[in-house]
Design a protein around this ligand. Structure first.
Ligand SMILES: Nc1nc2c(ncn2[C@@H]2O[C@H](COP(=O)(O)OP(=O)(O)O)[C@@H](O)[C@H]2O)c(=O)[nH]1
Ligand SMILES: [Mg+2]
Length: 175
């Protein structure tokens, strides 16, 4: 059985915990606690250390799914979680105040890994009525000299998450 470690990152509320729970075949190990700080008050729970789930692709391959905390004050967990990862998923909450700068923060931080590790972008919460312009994400990535696939997903939708993960694992295999 070969194991592929994937890491979900992205800002608070982007859907990391949801995406992992949606596809995991084991009960997700989760360190969500009630939010206390003001910035996070629109959300009741926040991940402080990690999420962990698993998904078998077939009899030979198992995905180990890790979610990072979204808040920068827990950023010390990011390098710990990314160690040994073969794939990175950056989730962006399209309905946040400034989704492009959310994306930029994670692209900046994970740039060395993005250059070495298969990476996809998942844009969530596009159903919430905010204008649905995906081109801005492509333009931003192009300016950063990054060619990364951008998926529009609902993190609650198993099929959406699976399609994104399959694209990512295909990239891992060809890397
Ligand atoms: N409407 C909508 N809600 C979503 C979508 N993706 C995730 N959510 C919800 O957004 C909330 C925050 O998700 P969560 O997984 O806790 O975010 P995390 O902070 O990245 O772990 C949850 O209530 C999810 O059900 C989406 O595409 N559309
Ligand atoms: Mg979370």
């Amino acid at each position: 059985m070969s194991e592929i470690k994937l890491v979900f990152t992205g800002s608070l509320g982007a859907g990391k915990t949801t995406a992992i729970s949606t596809i995991s075949e084991i009960p997700v190990i989760n360190t969500d606690v009630a939010t206390t700080d003001k910035a996070a008050q629109r959300k009741e729970m926040t991940t402080v250390a990690l999420d962990y789930g698993e998904l078998s692709l077939d009899e030979t391959q198992k995905l180990k799914l890790y979610g990072t905390p979204g808040q920068e004050r827990f950023e010390y967990m990011w390098p710990i979680l990314i160690k040994g990862a073969l794939g990175l998923i950056i989730l962006v909450d399209h309905a946040s105040a400034d989704p492009l700068s959310d994306l930029a923060l994670f692209v900046r931080y994970f740039k060395p890994y993005i250059e070495e590790t298969a990476t996809v972008i998942g844009v969530t919460r596009t159903d919430l009525g905010v204008e649905h312009n995906m081109q801005a994400y492509h333009d931003y990535l192009q300016k950063q000299d990054l060619q990364l696939p951008v998926f529009t997903i609902d993190a609650r939708n198993r099929e959406h998450v699976i399609i994104m993960i399959q694209a990512l694992t295909a990239m891992v295999e060809f890397a």
